[in-house]
Unconditional design. Structure first.
Length: 189
């Protein structure tokens, strides 16, 4: 049997026009490209919101580092965060200081949560899947471990009654879109 006498069907000569299956494939390809572009744009916008939250947290850390020396002065603002000289009055708790950070005159006055648009605040911990976590700040206290301990530092939540009568080392974390923690940094305050 010669090549010309083959039983395989011979395709029709190409006319230069796309076939119906070509058009279906091109339509599907266009839909996929549009979907990828939309997802990329959405991911970029959500990433900008996370970066906005991190920038606010870094501003708070910078404020804490810049003003840690002035906390002992009588005119320190916000007064709820001032460091009292030892032996003078009742120690100031953390809760009023935390509220003063976001109140009028505080370092984060008027700053909004990048994800929700509501007032920015503090959470005890970032909870994945919790709709209230994204964009919020989590503040933890860093304490030195006893000498000889296998762990150099103990990091734990700062309670509302934590005394501000001595300088503290604080770790600041921001919650991302999914509620997962992103460490921003540490500051002595």
């Amino acid at each position: 049997m010669s090549v010309l006498e083959s039983s395989d069907p011979v395709p029709p000569p190409a006319s230069g026009r796309p076939t119906a299956s070509d058009l279906v494939f091109l339509g599907f390809l266009a839909c996929v490209l549009i979907a990828v572009a939309a997802m990329g744009t959405l991911s970029f916008r959500e990433g900008l919101k996370t970066e906005d939250g991190k920038a606010h947290a870094q501003a708070l850390l910078k404020w804490m580092a810049d003003f840690k020396e002035r906390r002992g002065q009588a005119d320190f603002e916000p007064a709820a965060c001032a460091l009292l000289p030892s032996g003078e009055g009742k120690p100031r708790p953390w809760a009023p200081c935390a509220a003063a950070l976001f109140a009028s005159g505080g370092p984060l006055a008027g700053v909004r949560n990048a994800f929700s648009g509501h007032a920015l605040g503090l959470v005890e911990r970032c909870i994945p899947g919790d709709l209230k976590s994204p964009g919020q700040f989590m503040v933890e206290k860093i304490s030195a471990s006893p000498p000889g301990s296998a762990v150099a530092q103990i990091i734990g939540p700062i309670g509302p009654e934590e005394s501000l009568d001595k300088p503290l080392t604080l770790k600041l974390t921001v919650c991302d879109k999914g509620g997962y923690p992103i460490k921003v940094g540490e500051a002595d305050f």
